[in-house]
Design a protein around this ligand. Structure first.
Ligand code: IMP
Ligand code: MG
Length: 182
């Protein structure tokens, strides 16, 4: 925390927005021939990133969301992921761009991407704002990556700690002591 009680800045608002310009340009180019793009966000963390990203895309597209919960308790296997709220739209035959805030162990995205393929998506690509590659436990192919981050707990721009800090306009770091305090 800084003196004003806010998490220390790791990635500034300006840096985030500039990188999203670049990601959007890449996506716009790659999907030039796609007529039915479905942008899928994972609630709640991806909402801010998704909103900024899709506003920069000029092709016709549909936005949809789902929500997962992961159980890492003693009675479940590590990495078990469940769908808490499902998509409104069918995936059959569609180009799906999955938009996520951060990939950590990779279990969530691996499970979700497999599910989307199983549901008959024509293509599935993954766009993530932050990649905590050093924590990966299972391989995930990331097609569009905003930034790589070290093994720190990040909050802001959608990312939370106990559902707080999502509204910070930048990505900040919570120190270990702050994570344990609550
Ligand atoms: P995983 O890749 O399945 O381990 O899980 C990724 C999820 O864990 C993300 O969607 C976030 O909700 C959460 N997460 C992982 N690291 C962080 C972090 O540093 N800050 C906030 N949430 C995180
Ligand atoms: Mg998440």
């Amino acid at each position: 925390m800084t003196e004003n009680g806010k998490p220390r800045e790791l990635i500034s608002t300006e840096t985030l927005q500039r990188r999203i310009d670049e990601l959007a340009a890449e996506i716009e180019r790659d999907y030039a021939d796609s007529k039915d793009l479905l942008c899928v966000g994972v609630l709640k963390g991806s909402v801010f990133f998704l909103a900024d990203l899709v506003q920069r895309l000029s092709r016709p597209l549909v936005v949809d969301f789902f929500q997962t919960s992961s159980y890492r308790g003693e009675t479940t296997s590590p990495g078990e992921v469940r769908i808490r709220r499902d998509l409104d739209h069918s995936l059959a035959g569609r180009d799906v761009l999955l938009i996520e805030d951060i990939v950590d162990t990779g279990y969530t995205m691996r499970t979700i991407m497999a599910l989307m393929g199983f549901r008959g998506a024509r293509s599935v690509r993954l766009c993530v704002l932050l990649d905590k590659a050093c924590k990966r436990e299972t391989a995930v192919q990331i097609n569009y990556r905003g930034f790589e981050v070290d093994d720190v707990f990040v909050v802001g721009y959608g990312l939370d700690y106990n559902d707080r800090y999502r509204n910070l306009p930048y990505v900040g770091v919570l120190d270990e002591a702050e994570v344990e305090e609550e």
